[in-house]
Design a binder for this molecule. Structure first.
Ligand SMILES: Cc1ncc(COP(=O)(O)O)c(C=O)c1O
Length: 415
């Protein structure tokens, strides 16, 4: 694959203009754009195969079910799960984490006095579900610090000594991000899983930001749960993944009750379907589920291309230089040796919301605010930051537009 021209041509939205200027879409960590293979399948399924899956014996239902289950198998292949049955399809990473948290609590795996270990740099989706569990069970959070901030180390690394020490304090669950949506730095998840398992503690990995930028092999990682959202990796919104090791699928109680998750229903007793359907109550988002197949096949092709790696390396260098050229700009985890193409930053004398609003007027889409990770953004960014996040379809020319626009914006806004 030729980078970035050939891959870019697959994304019709990248040709659009915003306020008569070419769109520079640098908000990919919020949601990525969709290639034509995904858009075409969405359209084809709606116009030719729409039906409820798993239930009826008619042709359309068989076809829809086939497409949906092909989506599940594509996930299995992409993350190298041992079996497609270990893949639960949800509405997104948020639902996947809520499912695990709620089922662990209801199943009695987390109780009064137990600890749930997180890092300081988690997304709200990997904080709040566990806080709800704490409220219901009397368990508590153990929060491990990361090296980020203006004073001291700023490489985004997790304090592994604190992590290992916390594991010895009655922790019953570890839930950590693969890559933080603020820092852009990959955590040593293999090492963290091994340490947690050494202490007899299961691990959930929030892969929402890792999945599009790092190859994931859940068997090699040996994690108990790995979650991500389709829309962060070329698929539509409204579909997500929960990889759960087979043994956990059998140990956990069902999450929601309803159609499709049952064996036999009577008023006296209801039995449940085998996993993964045990966790998939109600009518599924069949179109989005089916689109996981072209999305992940596309992602695999992109990730396996050596040209992509070189291109992303050039994007990262150019972005580092662009950010360094702005006076008074501070980047979170700027000392990281390796990062995904994601940077959160503040600029002295410029409010992030004003900057993002003005940048948009010049066609550049950035994220601003607490970015659903208030605890870390409060500590390192005063409650609000700017974030630029790129995908392999972004170009060096766009980085240059970003740099020029940022310099112009800062000049206009700085008090
Ligand atoms: C690290 C991380 N975890 C979880 C989520 C939640 O994803 P979703 O809103 O698609 O469920 C996000 C979304 O930005 C994220 O960045």
């Amino acid at each position: 694959m030729n980078f970035p021209q050939q891959i870019r041509a697959e994304f019709p939205i990248l040709d659009r203009r915003v306020d008569s200027r070419p769109l520079v879409y640098f908000d990919n960590a919020a949601t990525s754009q969709r290639p034509s293979c995904v858009i075409n399948l969405q359209q084809e399924l709606c116009s030719g195969h729409n039906a409820n899956i798993h239930r009826a014996v008619h042709t359309l239902s068989f076809e829809a079910t086939g497409y949906y289950e092909a989506g599940r198998r594509a996930v299995q292949k992409f993350i190298n799960a041992a079996s497609a049955d270990e893949i639960v399809l949800t509405s997104g990473a948020t639902m996947s984490i809520n499912l695990v948290a709620e089922c662990l609590a209801r199943g009695g795996f987390i109780g009064c006095g137990d600890g749930i270990l997180l890092t300081e740099a988690e997304h709200h989706s990997n904080i709040v579900p566990w806080q709800i569990v704490c409220e219901h069970t009397g368990s508590h959070l153990e929060v491990v610090p990361v090296a980020a901030g203006r004073n001291g180390a700023n490489d985004g690394s997790v304090d592994m000594a604190a992590f290992c020490a916390a594991l010895q304090r009655g922790v019953r669950m570890v839930a950590i991000n693969h890559v933080s949506n603020i820092l852009g730095v990959e955590n040593p998840i293999k090492e963290m899983v091994a340490a947690a398992h050494g202490a007899g503690v299961p691990v959930l990995i929030d892969g929402a930001q890792g999945i599009a930028h790092r190859r994931v092999d859940v068997q090699a990682l040996d994690c108990d749960f790995y979650v991500f959202s389709g829309h962060k990796i070329y698929a539509p919104t409204g579909i997500g993944v929960l990889y759960a090791k087979r043994e956990w699928q059998h140990r956990l109680p069902p999450f929601m009750g309803g159609g499709d998750m049952v064996g036999k229903v009577s008023f006296d007793k209801t039995t449940y379907a085998d996993p993964p359907l045990k966790f998939e109550a109600g009518t599924a988002n069949f179109v989005a589920g089916a689109c996981l197949r072209p999305a992940l096949e596309f992602a695999a092709k992109v990730m396996e291309s050596p040209a992509q790696e070189a291109h992303t390396g050039r994007l990262i260098s150019a972005m580092n230089e662009a950010l360094a050229s702005v006076d008074g700009l501070w980047v979170a985890a700027s000392d990281a040796r390796k990062r995904i193409p994601l940077w959160s930053f503040t600029i002295d004398g410029v409010h992030p919301l004003d900057a993002a609003t003005l940048m948009d007027k010049f066609g550049v889409a950035l994220r601003s605010g607490h970015m659903c990770a208030e605890p870390i953004v409060d500590r390192i960014g005063g409650g609000s930051m700017l974030r630029a996040s790129l995908m392999p379809y972004n170009t060096l020319e766009e980085v240059e537009i970003f740099r020029e626009t940022l310099l112009r914006t800062v000049k206009m806004l700085r008090k």
